[in-house]
Write a protein that binds this ligand. Structure first.
Ligand SMILES: C[S@@+](CC[C@H](N)C(=O)[O-])C[C@H]1O[C@@H](n2cnc3c(N)ncnc32)[C@H](O)[C@@H]1O
Length: 503
């Protein structure tokens, strides 16, 4: 939010106080913030911004009331259904094994809004037979949302998701509204909690040893320091082996606490390592990660999707780039150091010595270096694309959160005609980096190849829109030097093809 655009300085002061107390980054549109503040001031019976700010600083209830204006409470039953399937198929069996037959499962919906998420979790546990040994908590900073959650009376809008209908048998129609059965309602404990405070973990209040913590579409509202402190407290509130499930567009928690990322084909969840795993860091291999298995690749002639040094058509990222190494790379250090190896590998790649580049980068990658792994895959792609895909799948086990490797994998699969798998890999890259322009582009190309023209057009439209947000001559991340303007044009052309008769 740019201070210069506020109608009055007082609004900026109020927004600054909200950020200080709740870690909340105000919505990007100044007008939206100002209108929200205006409405909250009317409710507080005040017309003067300075007086309002002073009372805000002293009265937590007023701050809560304002937060309602500055966050969105949008939610619905069984939103992102994969997360609930994950609880049923992975979390419950693991907890059963860990805690034994008498153990109680604790689930927490942090930022539950009007309760749909917490009630969906409760239903999953009940259906799986955990009725006698479950606790489901729902917390939010919005007292208004909590009141709606307690009333548990919903409209059609709460049932709009693809799997929201699973809740219908537990809803009784009353006019145009639906009332949730008491049998489900009383399964969820609803409480006020501002996540930006240090009120958790709190064993005395039952906020500890949580087995599965849904905090979806909440972290996006927080500023950097608040994300860090919230994620650390989440980590400490989970039981060892417990899972944090963020929303698809939330920032990744892995950068802030020692979680073990667990990648499914629909996205990533984060597991608190068991104590034994902690002792083994940085090689916590006691439990296989449910990463996508690299399928055996058919041996074929090298068919890197877009081999270098042949210039790729605009908008289509190349795998190996005959370009100078990134500027961050230092001048060649001694030959024996990993950086030296990486530098030499870059030089070999530049001069077209792909076999040598692959060998050199492979040595660096073997030492656990992500940049080396990327280079290794790129170099191999020019020699044997099928082998490169295998190397890439292997590297992804060591670097599950590498967006670049994930995207490279999508490209390699696409180059081999494995469009469905390529689309899945591109989606995973986008899960990690929702605004990755080339990710949407690759997804679009893969979906088009797989025959999903509508999905392809959607992804390509997103790629174009994201690229157009940049200045036309701006470089685009992972686009191999391709500029935003050219990428946008390419995405538009590909979309026209996807929408056209030929698909
Ligand atoms: C978009 S809703 C998410 C609801 C649900 N988790 C979902 O994904 O469908 C965001 C919720 O986060 C809550 N929230 C925002 N800041 C918060 C804070 N500091 N502490 C607790 N909840 C907060 C809002 O009140 C709102 O109900």
């Amino acid at each position: 939010v740019r201070a210069g655009t506020w109608r009055q300085r007082g609004y900026a002061d109020v927004a600054a106080l909200v950020q200080e107390r709740a870690g909340l980054v105000p919505p990007a549109h100044v007008e939206t913030v100002e209108e929200g503040i205006d409405r909250a001031m009317v409710r507080a019976g005040l017309a003067d911004l300075r007086a309002y700010r002073e009372r805000l600083a002293r009265e937590p209830e007023l701050l809560d009331d304002l937060l309602v204006e500055l966050t969105v409470g949008e939610t619905y039953f069984f939103r992102t259904p994969e997360h609930f399937a994950f609880v049923r198929d992975v979390v419950l069996p693991e907890v059963a094994q860990r805690k034994g037959p008498g153990g109680t499962l604790v689930a927490w919906s942090a930022g539950c809004s009007s309760g749909e998420e917490a009630y969906s979790l409760a239903l999953v546990l009940l259906e799986a037979g955990w009725g006698g040994r479950m606790r489901v908590l729902g917390t939010d900073v919005s007292r208004a949302a909590l009141a709606r959650a307690r009333a548990a009376t919903y409209g059609e809008w709460s049932l709009r998701g693809p799997e929201a209908g699973r809740m219908r048998p537990h809803l009784r129609a009353e006019g145009k509204r639906y009332v949730l059965d008491a049998s489900l309602r009383e399964r969820v404990e609803l409480r006020y909690l501002n996540l930006a405070t240090d009120r958790y973990p709190d064993p005395a209040a039952g906020l500890a040893e949580v087995d599965v913590l849904f905090c979806r579409n909440v972290l996006i509202y927080f500023d950097g320091p608040t994300i860090t402190s919230v994620v650390r407290r989440f980590h400490d509130t989970l039981a060892p082996g417990g899972y944090l499930v963020p929303g698809p567009s939330d920032p990744s928690p892995a950068a802030h606490a020692p979680f073990e990322p667990v990648l499914a084909d629909w996205g990533v969840v984060y597991r608190r390592r068991s104590n034994a795993q902690h002792a083994l860091l940085p090689q916590p291999a006691s439990r296989p990660q449910p990463l996508p298995q690299p399928l055996p690749l058919p041996r074929r002639a090298p068919s890197s999707p877009l081999p270098a040094p042949r210039p790729a058509p605009p908008g289509v990222p190349r795998l190996a780039r005959p370009e100078p190494p990134p500027p961050a790379l230092p001048s060649p250090p001694p030959r024996s150091s990993p950086d030296g190896g990486l530098h030499e590998a870059h030089a070999a790649l530049r001069s077209g010595e792909w076999g040598r580049a692959a060998r050199l980068a492979g040595t660096v990658a073997g030492g656990g270096d992500e940049a080396g792994a990327v280079l290794h895959v790129r170099a191999q792609a020019n020699v044997d694309a099928a082998q490169a895909a295998r190397t890439c799948a292997e590297a992804l086990r060591r670097h599950p959160l590498s967006v670049e490797l994930r995207h490279l994998y999508a490209l390699l699969l696409l180059g081999q005609g494995r469009a469905g798998e390529a689309a899945a890999a591109a989606r995973q890259a986008l899960y990690l980096e929702p605004e990755l322009v080339v990710g949407h582009l690759t997804l679009g190309l893969a979906l088009r190849r797989a025959g999903d023209r509508e999905g392809a057009a959607r992804a390509l439209r997103t790629a174009e829109a994201l690229a157009r947000r940049l200045s036309p001559d701006a470089a685009v991340p992972l686009a191999e030097g391709e500029l935003a303007g050219a990428l946008a044009e390419a995405a538009a052309r590909q979309r026209a093809l996807a929408e056209g008769a030929g698909g």
